[in-house]
Design a protein around this ligand. Structure first.
Ligand code: ZN
Length: 205
């Protein structure tokens, strides 16, 4: 009888979506299941994200799981080789080496689960997530509920006119919105900004 040699094969899963779509909850759910099966797991998050807790991944419903805050994605490789499952939260904030790091882990037999925002507040692809979506075996796009109209939301609308790419915050700064309500919000913000500029020019004259 031929028995295939047991070769441990890894893969990449991406959980993406807007803010308030439950990405971290889904990541935690998958990691918990692996832990119940006595698989070795390790979780990383960018050191930049300290909204709730320095060492725990904490989702909006306060379900938490211990994680390692790191500065650079290369630190994931140093720590995670040999683990069964590696979770990476808020992946959009990592450097551009992250996709390569994930591929290396998968080649080494790790199941890699990456969660992150697919679009920034301007509706543009965010960090390494588009690359990861291209190379992942499995993709889950989660939706929030539009806080304006109640339809499915895909966009993270920033309620302030702060233009920095990264502005950490929650409900006080962001709203999940559908495509239409997001676009309307941007148009309203632009309409508010233009008269301000016009009046400041007049004042200088
Ligand atoms: Zn809407």
């Amino acid at each position: 009888m031929f028995i295939e040699p047991h070769i441990k094969k890894g893969w990449i899963e991406v959980i993406c979506g807007s803010m308030f779509s439950g990405k971290t909850e889904e990541l935690i759910r998958r990691l918990r299941r692996a832990k119940f099966a006595n698989q070795s797991i390790l979780i990383f998050k960018p050191a930049i994200d300290t909204r709730y807790d320095k060492t725990n991944i904490v989702s909006h419903d306060a379900t938490s799981i211990p994680s390692i805050p790191i500065q650079h994605s290369s630190q994931i490789l140093e720590n995670a080789i040999g683990k069964d499952v590696v979770g990476i939260d808020e992946a959009q904030f990592f450097d551009d080496q992250l996709p390569e790091v994930c591929q290396q882990l998968a080649l080494n037999g790790c199941r890699v689960i990456v969660a992150g925002l697919d679009m920034d507040f301007q509706g543009k692809p965010f960090g390494g997530i588009p690359h990861l979506l291209a190379v992942a075996e499995y993709i889950t796009k989660l939706h929030a509920i539009c806080m304006k109209c109640g339809h499915l939301a895909t966009h993270s609308f920033r309620k302030t006119t702060n233009q920095a790419k990264i502005a950490l915050g929650e409900k006080e700064i962001y709203e999940a919105r559908c495509r239409v309500c997001y676009t309307e919000g941007i148009e309203e913000q632009n309409a508010e900004v233009i008269p301000l500029k016009a009046s400041s020019v007049t004042a200088i004259k």
